[in-house]
Unconditional design. Structure first.
Length: 258
């Protein structure tokens, strides 16, 4: 099989009603243009200009230097020698139309005759500034470098807000005061006979006051573990002396000295 040097023979780029040579490096593309047509033939550099070669496959690519994006056009073979394709400019990728230059490349291939395999550089489309501005593309953030994410983990507050603690302590003291008043008002305890109370009664009342203090101290900032330890120890004493105190109060009631 004779060696062949494949080249583009006759080539034409038509933009609407304007014709340009396919190998032209400055083919203008304006914002008002609507249709792009590309037609060409293959010939042998070593043969005459009227020699036409027809590889089984031919593809046109539109690409640019600044964006890794290509558009593929698949021309049809017309009259057995001319490859031709028509495409609306609106179908061309905005990524391409937003660039200053769009390169036209012709790729041919033939599974039988490897001499017809070639990548041939053709002309260049030059979109106008208005067209580039209209087709300008804002890249999504995922295509860029994202800022480093810093997570700030804050610990839960150890203490309750101040106004809650203050109100709770006030309610505790008020409740204790109301308790003593109610005992005296309803004659549940006769304060006049307090000198006759067994000392265990005062120890029991002291444990009640201790519980009030523990609540106060806890809501002012003491840890829950320390407070639970206090409650446990004081609770044992309160249970023991509370039983003794009730027996003594019963004794006084029996003597009408409550």
């Amino acid at each position: 099989m004779p060696c062949q040097a494949l080249k583009i023979g006759k080539g034409l780029v038509r933009i609407d009603d304007q014709n340009f040579h396919l190998l032209d490096e400055n083919i203008p593309l304006n914002i008002t243009d609507t249709k792009l047509s590309i037609g060409f033939t293959f010939s042998d550099e070593t043969a005459g200009a009227d020699t036409f070669l027809t590889p089984q496959q031919a593809v046109i690519t539109l690409s640019t230097d600044n964006v890794e994006s290509e558009m593929y056009l698949y021309p049809s073979l017309v009259e057995g020698k001319v490859y031709e394709v028509n495409v609306p400019i609106a179908r061309i990728s905005k990524l391409l139309l937003s660039q200053e230059k769009i390169h036209i490349t012709v790729i041919s291939g033939d599974p039988i005759d490897s001499s017809l395999n070639a990548i041939l550089k053709a002309g260049t489309l030059n979109p106008s500034s208005k067209l580039r501005a209209e087709k300008s593309v804002d890249f999504p953030p995922r295509f860029g470098v994202k800022d480093e994410i810093h997570h700030i983990f804050r610990q839960d507050p150890k203490n309750l807000p101040g106004f809650i603690s203050t109100n709770f302590v006030f309610l505790l003291l008020l409740s204790l005061f109301v308790l003593f008043l109610s005992w005296n008002y309803f004659e549940a305890a006769n304060i006049d006979n307090s000198s006759k109370f067994n000392p265990v009664v005062y120890i029991f009342l002291g444990s009640v006051l201790a519980f009030e203090y523990y609540f106060f101290d806890y809501y002012c900032g003491t840890s829950i573990f320390k407070s639970l330890k206090r409650f446990t120890i004081t609770g044992i004493f309160a249970l023991y002396f509370g039983t003794k105190a009730l027996k003594d109060m019963y004794r006084l009631r029996s003597q009408n000295l409550r």
